[in-house]
Design a protein around this ligand. Structure first.
Ligand SMILES: *[C@@H]1O[C@H](CO)[C@@H](O)[C@H](O)[C@H]1NC(C)=O
Ligand SMILES: *[C@@H]1O[C@H](CO)[C@@H](O)[C@H](O)[C@H]1NC(C)=O
Ligand SMILES: *[C@@H]1O[C@H](CO)[C@@H](O)[C@H](O)[C@H]1NC(C)=O
Ligand SMILES: *[C@@H]1O[C@H](CO)[C@@H](O)[C@H](O)[C@H]1NC(C)=O
Ligand SMILES: *[C@@H]1O[C@H](CO)[C@@H](O)[C@H](O)[C@H]1NC(C)=O
Length: 331
């Protein structure tokens, strides 16, 4: 009898201490997460979100260390069967640094306005959803943002020019939406570092602001929009090595003859525009990793040398009167 009691006591103390030691979750965060789960109609995907267990161990959740009292720092929900909107309670996780809703085709509505409260956010990813409406202005007040990824949604309206005030931005990925209007003039004056700009597969129009020519981008993807005018301001001998520029499938019209390249070019894709002139001999002096000038209105002989014969005819075909290897040698 006595033995069983001792054993029982020992066992329950053990259970108590382990469960106490394990529950690092802050009770406010746990309450908030349980509200989020309820807002999403208690999906099976979040079955591990059990109020009896430590929320820091739940699926899709990460907590910070003791220095931030184990507050929830990451909410990363992907590939679930949810429908409805982003729950407003996401704004009540004040220590959140990473927020993602990804590959949720039935996630609808606008970008949740309460996200504006998440001043510690460094990473925001809302991708492959059915979110609609505009890119909210409030993003520019989330001063710690480093990565904004709003690709593969149904967002409309124009790109807020205020995004350029974000000093820590490394990436802006707004590709594959239904954005209209111009690339903001302010994007030529990012006040901090110069982010990679990925704006492909939208309906952006107008010309590239002159101010962008002053910046030295690492990666630009403006492909598949309705941009026009002169894009040559993106190139030049003073630009950084290994830059990756894709302006294909737009309506750009400029003379390529005077466009000089930097010593090492990562990728240059100009296909499907209205670019005229010829390919400068100077291009034979650059190391070019990847090139595509097809479907333009170029003329003249492709200069011999450098990397220019490394590419096959598909990099050069469908121009007005371009000739020379790898294309047929006369026109
Ligand atoms: C999205 O909703 C449709 C229609 O209600 C349903 O057939 C489909 O299975 C849902 N998909 C996901 C991934 O939730
Ligand atoms: C952000 O994090 C700091 C500590 O890192 C904390 O003091 C603050 O309350 C957090 N939340 C907001 C909304 O600033
Ligand atoms: C989003 O856009 C796709 C492709 O244009 C369309 O099939 C889908 O119905 C749209 N979804 C919403 C919620 O508007
Ligand atoms: C943004 O998300 C898309 C879609 O999943 C992905 O392909 C892309 O690489 C992401 N962009 C960045 C900058 O991480
Ligand atoms: C260049 O672009 C054209 C048009 O999109 C495409 O058909 C061709 O395969 C591309 N060339 C290379 C080498 O990728």
């Amino acid at each position: 009898m006595e033995k069983t009691t001792t054993l029982f006591l020992l066992f329950s103390t053990l259970l108590l201490t382990t469960s106490l030691a394990k529950d690092l979750c802050h009770k406010d965060d746990k309450n908030t997460l349980l509200k989020i789960k309820k807002s999403l109609n208690n999906p099976y995907h979040l079955a591990s979100w059990d109020p009896e267990t430590d929320c820091c161990s739940w699926y899709s959740i990460e907590c910070g260390d003791a220095s931030v009292n184990h507050r929830v720092t990451s909410l990363y929900i992907e590939y679930g069967k949810f429908s409805g909107q982003i729950p407003p309670e996401v704004g009540d996780l004040p220590f959140l640094k990473y927020l993602a809703f990804h590959k949720l085709p039935n996630l609808t509505g606008h970008i949740q306005p309460t996200i504006a409260k998440l001043k510690n956010l460094t990473y925001l990813r809302l991708s492959w959803t059915s979110l609609t409406g505009p890119i909210p202005e409030f993003l520019s007040q989330l001063e710690n943002l480093e990565i904004i990824n709003l690709s593969f949604n149904n967002l409309t309206g124009s790109i807020p020019s205020s995004l350029s005030s974000l000093q820590k931005l490394e990436y802006i990925d707004l590709s594959r939406n239904k954005l209209t209007g111009p690339i903001p003039e302010s994007f030529g004056s990012f006040s901090g570092r110069i982010p990679n700009l990925l704006l492909s597969h939208n309906q952006l129009s107008g010309s590239i602001p002159k101010s962008l020519g002053k910046l030295d981008f690492d990666q630009i993807d403006f492909s598949r929009n309705k941009l026009q005018g002169d894009a040559s301001i993106l190139f030049g001998t003073s630009k950084r090595a290994w830059s990756n520029i894709d302006i294909s499938r737009n309506k750009f019209q400029f003379d390529l003859s005077k466009v000089m390249l930097t010593k090492t070019v990562g990728r240059l894709d100009l296909n499907h525009n209205g670019i005229t002139g010829n390919i400068p001999v100077q291009w034979t002096k650059s190391d070019i990793y990847s090139l595509n000038v097809s479907y333009n209105r170029l003329c003249g002989r492709i200069p011999q040398g450098g990397d220019l014969q490394k590419f096959d005819s598909y990099s050069y075909f469908h121009n007005k009167c371009l000739f020379g290897a790898p294309l047929p040698t006369s026109k």
